[in-house]
Design a protein around this ligand. Structure first.
Ligand code: ZN
Length: 335
């Protein structure tokens, strides 16, 4: 379990396999194997082990939960919902799961008549045949992003990435995203198509941004938010203008910049002003990291994290500075 928490899935797989060999009728070993295979994207083995856990213990809520995740990932919403219903029936206090089930039902209702279009790497869904050209534009931009970001990070996700295009209203209903956001990545890229014909440049930025999140997640599911959002903004081509530089300089000189460790959690709950600031700091520090150490060092940080290294050591191993030294060097660069 500790290995799995640290995202060392290969290590966790070996440990759970050993546990299973000691006692093949222990539900926990099969459950652990199932969840680990799920993270390793070995769906077939994941399903087999989760079902085995349920044969041994039919009340294993978490097995139902992960079977739901598995089918949700495969875009089989009906099967996902039926597994989550079983989980909620067994554990009515699972409010997070109940909320997810509600959301997935809404999502299903909205998207069941959506049109689909695919390339080698992406599947895009949208409403109405008249949007066919919009779908094509989105796929073309995403294939560009796949190539460019792939070359920069030397990483190409090996699974199809789903992209769903919504009207502004659908986007608000489905995602509960804050008003300032026009795209999210939650395992699928979801985009509000409000201004597509009007502003293709804006669409390009949003798609590059969300696709970066998909790549980062594929390398390592748990990355500090400042690093994740900094990279996403870097690849969308966002610049820090003179006014923002001046703001950063003032705050840095006053010694009021937060340490990076305060920016590792989600930005989703932030008010719009705080969010603007958190994104700005993220972009500024990731740019500093890229300019000072090179993109391949940033990739090293991601890979160290993926290998189960904690953030402090991942940074110090990759850029030869401690987390605090990186923090203070970046702050000094702003003054
Ligand atoms: Zn983002």
């Amino acid at each position: 379990m500790e290995q799995m928490k640290a995202a060392d899935y290969q290590g966790a797989l070996n440990s759970f396999e050993q546990a299973r060999r000691y006692n093949d009728s222990a539900a926990a070993a099969h459950l652990g194997l199932g969840i680990t295979y799920f993270h390793l994207r070995n769906d077939q083995c994941a399903e087999r082990e989760l079902n085995r856990a349920l044969e041994i213990n039919p009340r294993e809520v978490i097995a139902y939960q992960f079977l739901g995740e598995l089918y949700y990932r495969k875009d089989d919403i009906d099967s996902a919902a039926s597994y989550w219903e079983k989980a909620v029936a067994l554990d009515p206090s699972a409010s997070g799961l109940r909320a997810r089930l509600e959301r997935v039902r809404k999502e299903h209702k909205t998207e069941k008549d959506f049109t689909q279009d695919v390339t080698v790497h992406f599947l895009v869904k949208y409403e109405g045949r008249e949007k066919i050209e919009d779908g094509r534009i989105v796929l073309r931009i995403l294939e560009d992003a796949y190539g460019e970001i792939g070359r920069a990070l030397s990483y190409y996700p090996d699974h199809e990435i789903q992209v769903i295009l919504y009207s502004d209203q659908q986007f608000q209903e489905i995602t509960d995203a804050p008003g300032w956001s026009d795209g999210i990545y939650d395992g699928k890229i979801r985009i509000s198509l409000g201004g597509i014909e009007k502003n293709t440049q804006g669409l390009r930025r949003t798609l590059y941004h969300e696709y970066t999140h998909a790549v980062v997640r594929a390398i390592m599911p748990r990355v500090p938010t400042w690093l994740n959002e900094g990279l996403a903004q870097y690849f969308e081509g966002r610049e820090i203008d003179e006014r923002q530089k001046e703001i950063l300089r003032c705050i840095a000189q006053a010694g009021k910049l937060p340490p990076h460790s305060n920016l590792k959690g989600s930005f989703m709950g932030l008010g719009s002003e705080q969010a603007v600031f958190a994104y700005l700091i993220s972009l500024s520090s990731v740019r500093y990291m890229i300019d000072s150490f090179g993109m391949y060092r940033v990739k090293d940080v991601l890979e160290e994290l993926a290998a189960g290294t904690d953030t402090d050591s991942a940074i110090s191993k990759s850029i030869m500075l401690s987390y605090e030294e990186f923090d203070s060097n970046w702050k000094r660069s702003l003054e």
